[in-house]
Write a protein that binds this ligand. Structure first.
Ligand code: GTP
Length: 352
């Protein structure tokens, strides 16, 4: 089951026009990578717990056939949070299920997680990730044998920071336990369900692999995840769409001027048009149908579909939503995130 119903407020303005679970990563909807990972570990039946902008999710993923999985959608009338969202779909599951936050990019070996769950007799296993600064996350304390001892959500006081392992947002849960979550009211799986399991002495374990892991929930992390993928730092079972060429991926169907440069690693989407003398890359993701004007430069930046970059414009380490227009000779600087449909005037300079 994938939790895919959050509003994604930290990823605004990108999530004003598209649900976070299907924002594009290297020109594929984000969840395509999670579904490929699940499939690589033998999971082919997936329930999406949805609420906010469910139509975006359906439009991007359909019934899952193209990705080799069967997708079912369960939609909340009112957002029920991470606990209520899982509970709302619990009648469709039995046995043991993976539950994933729909904003985690990882190449973790989920089969090894399942092996640990079974060998320990665990009833809920949580993927734990060490991070340098755990303050913005939920901390999880474990005993020496990996059994979960305590949860601390987003601690602020230094004395509360007792570990650097955080809840990585991927769980294995014995389905009957989900009946403990109250029906039809909002609740939090992290703040209510897990702590109650520990308090009641139910065996729950942490699993701490060495793997690529990133929460794509804010614009900087969303961009960085794609730079990581371009550089091969995540061993994903799904690559960017298109043919590999000289260290980049080109989907074709558009046009590339003879003197345009594509500097690897980059991704150029289907039907994109690259004008004379423009330079795309390194670290550029050009969306399907985008147009890069003459002499423009796009480096370290992610452009969604049909973005139009004017002549001589410079885009550096930024994210640009679908159908945005960047005026000629404008400059868009590091970590700027522009919403879909934005219009940047000629010669304007945008910085963060
Ligand atoms: P922020 O508003 O930026 O914190 O993002 P978010 O709304 O996605 O919240 P958060 O990152 O805490 O959510 C973790 C996961 O739970 C994400 O995959 C969300 O899509 C999902 N989620 C959050 N709230 C709900 C909800 O009310 N219903 C469902 N079905 N999923 C939710």
């Amino acid at each position: 089951m994938i939790l895919a119903g959050g509003q994604g407020t930290r990823l605004r303005p990108l999530t004003l026009a598209r649900a976070k679970p299907v924002v594009p990563l290297l020109n594929r909807p984000f969840l395509a990578y999670q579904l490929a990972l699940l499939r690589a570990h033998g999971v082919s039946d997936v329930i999406l717990a949805c609420s906010y902008r469910v139509d975006d999710v359906r439009a991007a993923l359909g019934d899952g056939a193209e990705l080799g999985v069967r997708l079912r959608y369960v939609v909340e009338g009112e957002p029920l949070g991470t606990g209520g969202g899982v509970r709302n779909a619990a009648d469709l599951v039995s046995g043991t299920l993976f539950v994933l936050n729909g904003d985690i990019l990882t190449d973790a070996d989920l089969s090894a997680m399942r092996a640990l769950h079974e060998s320990r007799g665990s009833r809920t296993t949580i993927y734990l990730q060490p991070v340098p600064d755990p303050r913005q996350y939920g901390l999880v304390e474990t005993a020496a044998d990996g059994r979960l001892r305590a949860f601390r959500e987003k601690p602020t006081a230094d004395e509360e920071i007792t570990t650097n392992t955080i809840n990585a947002g991927i769980y294995l849960i014995d389905a009957p336990l989900l009946q403990r979550i109250p029906r039809d009211r909002a609740s939090s799986i992290e703040r209510e369900f897990f702590p109650a399991l520990i308090a009641d002495g139910i065996p729950c374990y942490g699993w701490c692999p060495t793997a690529y892991w990133r929460d794509i929930g804010n614009p900087a992390a969303y961009r960085a995840a794609q730079i990581d993928m371009l550089h091969g730092r995540a061993a994903m079972p799904l690559s960017a769409p298109g043919r590999p060429r000289d260290g980049s991926w080109l989907a074709g169907g558009g046009s590339v001027a003879p003197d345009a440069q594509i500097v690897a690693p980059s991704v150029v989407g289907a039907g994109a048009m690259l004008g004379p003398r423009c330079r795309v890359g390194p670290g550029a993701v050009v969306g399907d149908g985008a147009r890069i004007g003459p002499d423009a430069r796009v480096e370290g930046s992610v452009l969604w579909e049909r973005v139009d970059v004017g002549a001589g414009a410079v885009l550096q380490d930024c994210v640009v939503g679908a159908d945005a227009r960047i005026g000629a000779h404008a400059h868009v600087g590091p970590e700027v995130a522009l919403e879909s449909g934005a219009v940047v005037p000629e010669r304007a300079t945008l910085t963060r």
